[in-house]
Design a protein around this ligand. Structure first.
Ligand code: GLY
Ligand code: MN
Length: 457
């Protein structure tokens, strides 16, 4: 990314909005006290519109004149003493194509001088909300009411469309992610702990000076969808689910899931369920193309899964009816995927529906389908994850059975011997192209034979 691309992105906002746009960068976030912060990660909108990685900056974008401003902390020698040589604020601004550089202490009075409207995105950190309250002399309630839906829609319209440089960033992240996943397969064997595999995954990213794009999920309890504890033992006979991804140098995410047997060989039941998930994933990827609604692709995954569960004797009745009623969601309780970009769930800070739903497109209230983060019609340039899964969640099974839910579609009796199966998810990152789609990044084993071969090292 260079100054021209950042300027082009800010100009694209000018075509959609009037007034001013305020984008607050992140401050350092205290871990237990101010001097011991979490690793710094900049706000993604600030990254997208300026590439600015310094804490404590703000962008004030003038939608009329195009004379955008960067506000930031004064350059001082103490920063060099503690953190080493840094580019000056003016040099950073130059790299983003911004000429007007001001002290952050001036922002409050400048905001009083400029006209309305002032657009800002929803603050998702308490600190950002407090800064907005101070800057605008407003209560938290007033700040929440003042969030600009027009800005959210304008940002989502731009950021949903990835250009070549952004795709290259996602693929750079996927290069590291492929190494993380291959290493996890190669080292997995009975007797290790989940934490051994989680550590290796993070070591590989760190050895390339890269962060994780989210907290890795490395678990023999794949049925716990976002399980981020690593205490479990890798026991022969169980499956290990690895959902992890690295971040690129400019902060772009990757998000990959593979599931494989601890022993190195799938047993009969694992093979049967894995083949259903794999078929759902491959058929869904095949359907990705401009103009296709991702909600329909999700429902295709639901049908493949319901059909597969019927073949295993765990579901019964008409598959289409079962999916319409939501009975499959006992096994597939989440959405097929989400947008991917600078954020792993791209731009969810703007609101999931702003990013993944079209205006007027209703979000389902049905259990399962209601978790679908991306339902909209796809366009060339969008990147989505495709991540169907099948899970056996004892607490959910017990609750549904006790309530007699979907009794005509689910064979609770046969299900009893499957309770401890765990879960399987397979996830790739897919670019929607003019021609249809392209799976991003290097290929990572996902056919059963390829996984078993990768596990033999
Ligand atoms: N990688 C976790 C998720 O997509 O929710
Ligand atoms: Mn994902």
């Amino acid at each position: 990314m260079n100054r021209e691309s950042y300027t082009r992105r800010r100009n694209a906002l000018r075509e959609r909005l009037k007034g001013w746009v305020l984008l607050l960068g992140h401050d350092e976030a205290a871990r237990n006290y101010g001097g011991n912060p979490y690793p710094f990660r900049q706000n993604s909108h600030v990254l997208y519109y300026s590439g600015m990685t310094r804490p404590g900056v703000a962008l004030l974008l003038d939608m009329e004149s195009g004379r955008d401003r960067l506000y930031g902390p004064k350059d001082c020698v103490e920063d060099v003493v503690w953190h080493g040589a840094q580019p000056t604020l003016a040099e950073l601004a130059e790299g983003a194509g911004i000429e007007d550089v001001r002290s952050i202490t001036q922002l409050r009075s400048d905001l009083r001088d400029i006209g309305d409207p002032l657009h800002y995105p929803p603050p998702y950190r308490g600190e950002t909300c407090l800064r907005l309250m101070e800057l605008r002399d407003s209560s938290a309630d007033e700040i929440r009411r003042g969030v600009s839906k027009d800005l959210a829609l304008a940002i989502a319209a731009s950021r949903n469309q990835k250009d070549e440089a952004e795709i290259a960033q996602i693929e750079e992240a996927l290069g590291i992610t492929a190494a993380m996943h291959q290493a996890a397969m190669a080292m997995t064997r009975p007797g290790l702990l989940e934490s051994d595999v989680a550590a290796e995954i993070q070591r590989i990213a760190l050895s390339k000076s890269r962060a994780q794009s989210y907290t890795p999920i490395v678990t023999v309890h794949g049925e716990i969808l976002h399980n981020v504890t690593y205490e479990g033992e890798l026991e022969a006979g169980r499956l290990l689910l690895n959902d992890s991804g690295a971040e690129s140098v400019l902060g772009y995410a990757s998000d990959i899931t593979r599931t494989f047997p601890v022993s190195g060989t799938f047993n009969e039941r694992q093979r049967a369920v894995y083949e259903i998930v794999l078929r759902a994933q491959k058929e869904c990827i095949q359907r990705i193309a401009p103009g296709v609604r991702y909600r329909e692709v999700h429902l295709h995954a639901a049908r493949v899964i319901a059909e597969g569960m019927k073949d295993l004797g765990l579901m019964r009745g008409d598959v289409d009816d079962a999916v319409t009623e939501g009975a499959h969601a006992l096994f597939f309780p989440h959405g097929l995927g989400h947008m991917l970009g600078l954020d792993v769930h791209d731009m969810e800070d703007l609101g999931e529906d702003v990013v993944g739903y079209e205006p007027g497109q209703e979000r389902s209230e049905q259990f399962g389908l209601g978790y679908l983060r991306c339902a909209r019609s796809l366009e060339s340039g969008m990147v989505v994850t495709c991540e169907p899964g099948i899970y056996f969640i004892p607490a959910l099974i017990d609750q549904w059975e006790a309530e007699g839910r979907h009794r005509s579609f689910i064979d609770y009796e046969t299900l009893r011997s499957w309770r401890d199966f765990g879960g399987i998810r397979i996830e790739d990152d897919v670019l929607c192209t003019d021609e249809g789609h392209r799976i991003l990044g290097p290929s990572i084993p996902k056919e059963i034979a390829d996984i078993e071969a990768a596990m033999q090292g």
